[in-house]
Design a protein around this ligand. Structure first.
Ligand SMILES: Nc1ncnc2c1ncn2[C@@H]1O[C@H](COP(=O)(O)OP(=O)(O)OP(=O)(O)O)[C@@H](O)[C@H]1O
Length: 547
C-alpha cells in the first residue's frame, strides 16, 4: 500500500521503539481478553462458596495483572507518542526539504501559512494512520476471531443468538456512514473558513481602525460564524442520532444476553461467571467489527493527506547545475525574454553585459520588470526564461547557483526578511567568515547604533515586531549583504526606507568598494543615477549595451 511505503521510511528509523510498542500493545490486548475471563471465573468461585485461600489468590492475581497492565500501557502510550511525533516531524521536514528546492514560481499563488499547516496536518495523518493501524489490525482481527471462538466454547446457543446482531449493527453503520462523513467534511471546511475570517480580523486590525469599518468587519465575522454554526448543528444532530442507534444495538444485545443467558442459567447450561464473560466479550467483538468498518473511512482520509503530500513531492525541483565558481567578472545576457503568462513579455530579447568594477542602476516605473530581471539573473527563474545568461563563460543553468549565491552573491531585498533571532545573528546570517571590525565600520557608515536597543547587538529581533523600524530593517539587510563582500551585489530599492544622510553614506560605500564587484542597484527614482556607471532604463522599450 502506497501510504505505508511513504510512512515506513520515517517510522522505521525507530525500529526498536516500534518493536517494543508492538509487544506492549499485544500484552495490553492479552490483558483485556484475560480480565473478563478471570472475572467470570471468580464470580463462579464466589457463587460456589469460596475459601479464604481462593479469595486471596484471585485478589493477588488481579493486583498483579492490573499493575502489569498499567506499566505496559504506560510504555506503550509513551512510545506511541514519541514515535508519532518524531516520525511526523521527520516526514514534515522531508517534504519541506523538497519544497524549498522547487522553483520560486511554485509559491506565487500559495499561502505559505496554509501550505505549512497543510503539510503538517497531512504528515500527521499519514504517520498516524500507519502507526495506529499496524498493530490494531492484528489486535482487532484476533479480538473478533478468538472471542467468537471462546464464546462458542462457553455456550454455542447463546453465541449463535447474539451473532446476528452484528449484521444489524453493520446495517446501521452503513446507513449513517456516508451522511456522517459528508457532514463532518462540510463542517471542517466551514470551520477552516471561519478561522481564516477570524485570522483576517486580527491581521487587519490596523486597516479596520484606519477605515473605522468595525461594523462591516464584525458582520463578516458573524456571518461566517452563523454558516459554521448551522453546519455544526446539523452534524451534531446526525452524530447523536448515530450514537443513539449504536446504543440501541447495545441495549438489544444486553436484552438478548439477559433473556437467553438467564434461560440458559436457569436450565443449568451456563454459569453466572460464563454469563458475565459472554456479556463482556460480545461488546468487545462489536468494537472489533466497528474498527474494521471505520478502517475504510480513515484510509480515505489518510489517502487524501497522502495525495496532497505527493502533490508536493512530485513537483520537479528547479534547474540547478553543478559548476561552482568563486568569482564573477562578467554577466552577459543574450536575447533574454521572460513572460509570466507566455504572452505578455516582461523582459523581451534583452542583450546586456555587466562587468566587474561598475555600478549599474536599473531604473523603471512600478511594474516595468526590475525585480523580475534580477530574479532571472540570480537564477530564480531558470526554468522559465528564453535566451542565455553567462557568468564569465558559464551558462547560468549549468551553475550550482546555491553555491554561487551562498558564497559570492549578496542581495538586499526590497522588503527584507529578518529571522526571529539576535540582531547580530541577523546581520551575519549565512556569512561563513567575517571580520568584527568590518561589521563595526558598516554600522558606523550606515548610521546604525545598536546601543539604541535594550541589549545592543544581542537584542532579540522578531519579524513583524514593533521594536524595529522599516529603515532599521533595511539597514540590517544592507549590512548583512555588504559584510559578505560579494562578487555580485544587488540592492533592490535600497532607498525606500532610508533617510537622506544614510543614502549618501551608502552611495559613498558603493563607490569605495565597486572595484571588487559588479554592483546592481534597482530603483524607481533617480537617487543612485549620479553614482552609476551605466543605467538600464526599463521604461525604454529596447535595452541593449551589447552591439
Ligand atoms: N508572479 C507573477 N505573476 C504574474 N505577473 C507578475 C508576477 N510577478 C510580477 N508580475 C508582473 O510582472 C510585471 C513586472 O513586475 P516586477 O515586480 O518585476 O516589477 P518592478 O519593476 O520590480 O515593480 P516595482 O517597482 O513595483 O517593484 C508587473 O506587471 C507585475 O504585475
Amino acid at each position: 500500500m502506497k501510504i505505508v511505503k511513504l510512512a515506513q521510511e520515517h517510522l522505521l528509523k525507530y525500529k526498536i521503539s516500534l518493536f517494543v510498542f508492538a509487544m506492549m500493545s499485544l500484552i495490553t490486548w492479552v490483558v483485556s481478553i484475560v480480565l473478563p475471563y478471570l472475572t467470570g471465573y471468580y464470580v463462579d468461585i464466589l457463587n460456589q462458596g469460596p475459601t479464604r485461600q481462593e479469595i486471596k489468590y484471585f485478589t493477588l492475581i488481579i493486583l498483579a495483572v492490573g499493575l502489569f497492565n498499567i506499566i505496559a500501557s504506560f510504555v506503550k502510550n509513551y512510545l506511541h507518542r514519541t514515535i508519532q511525533t518524531k516520525s511526523m516531524i521527520d516526514l514534515n521536514f522531508y517534504v519541506l526539504k523538497h519544497l524549498v528546492k522547487l522553483p520560486v514560481r511554485y509559491f506565487e499563488d500559495k499561502d505559505s501559512a496554509y501550505l505549512n499547516q497543510r503539510i503538517n496536518n497531512d504528515s500527521k495523518e499519514v504517520i498516524n494512520f500507519v502507526l495506529d493501524n499496524f498493530v490494531s489490525i492484528i489486535k482487532n482481527f484476533l479480538t473478533v476471531t478468538v472471542l467468537i471462538y471462546i464464546s462458542l466454547t462457553i455456550n454455542v446457543r447463546l453465541t449463535l443468538i447474539l451473532l446476528p446482531l452484528i449484521p444489524l449493527y453493520l446495517g446501521l453503520y452503513y446507513l449513517f456512514r456516508k451522511p456522517l462523513y459528508n457532514k463532518n467534511y462540510e463542517l471542517k471546511e466551514k470551520q477552516n473558513k471561519f478561522f481564516s475570517v477570524m485570522n483576517q480580523f486580527l491581521q487587519k486590525t490596523k486597516l479596520i481602525k484606519l477605515t473605522a469599518t468595525f461594523r462591516e468587519a464584525h458582520n463578516q465575522l458573524e456571518q461566517s460564524f452563523k454558516t459554521m454554526l448551522l453546519t455544526f448543528i446539523k452534524y451534531t444532530k446526525l452524530s447523536l442520532l448515530f450514537s443513539n442507534s449504536d446504543s440501541f444495538t447495545k441495549v438489544l444485545a444486553r436484552v438478548v444476553v439477559f433473556f437467553f443467558g438467564g434461560l440458559e442459567i436457569m436450565n443449568g447450561n451456563l454459569t453466572i461467571g460464563e454469563f458475565t464473560i459472554i456479556n463482556s466479550y460480545f461488546s468487545m467483538i462489536k468494537n472489533g467489527v466497528s474498527y474494521f468498518l471505520g478502517l475504510g473511512s480513515s484510509y480515505q482520509k489518510a489517502l487524501v493527506a497522502y495525495d496532497r503530500l505527493m502533490g508536493v513531492l512530485y513537483q520537479p525541483k528547479e534547474t540547478i547545475g553543478e559548476v561552482k565558481i568563486d568569482n564573477i567578472n562578467t554577466i552577459q545576457l543574450n536575447d533574454v525574454s521572460f513572460s509570466f503568462d507566455n504572452s505578455n513579455y516582461v523582459i523581451e530579447t534583452l542583450n546586456y553585459k555587466f562587468e566587474k568594477g561598475k555600478i549599474y542602476c536599473i531604473l523603471g516605473d512600478n511594474g516595468t520588470g526590475k525585480s523580475t530581471l534580477i530574479n532571472i539573473v540570480l537564477g530564480l527563474y531558470n526554468d522559465y526564461y528564453d535566451g542565455q545568461i553567462y557568468y564569465n563563460s558559464n551558462e547560468l543553468r549549468n551553475l550550482d547557483m546555491y553555491y554561487v549565491r551562498r558564497k559570492i552573491v549578496g542581495v538586499s531585498e526590497q522588503e527584507p526578511m529578518l529571522m526571529n533571532n539576535l540582531l547580530i545573528n541577523n546581520m551575519t546570517f549565512g556569512i561563513e567568515n567575517y571580520n568584527y571590525q568590518d561589521l563595526k565600520i558598516l554600522l558606523e557608515n550606515l548610521n546604525f547604533d545598536p546601543n539604541k536597543f535594550k541589549e545592543g547587538l544581542r537584542t532579540n529581533i522578531e519579524e513583524g515586531s514593533k521594536n524595529i523600524s522599516g529603515g532599521e530593517k533595511l539597514k540590517i539587510s544592507l549590512i548583512r549583504t555588504l559584510l559578505k563582500d560579494p562578487e555580485l551585489l544587488v540592492l533592490d530599492e535600497p532607498t525606500s526606507a532610508l533617510d537622506f544622510q544614510s543614502i549618501e553614506k551608502l552611495k559613498e560605500l558603493l563607490i569605495q568598494t565597486k572595484h571588487n564587484r559588479i554592483t546592481i542597484v534597482i530603483t524607481h527614482n533617480k537617487d543612485f543615477v549620479d553614482v552609476a556607471d551605466e543605467i538600464i532604463d526599463l521604461n525604454v522599450s529596447r535595452v541593449n549595451n551589447v552591439s
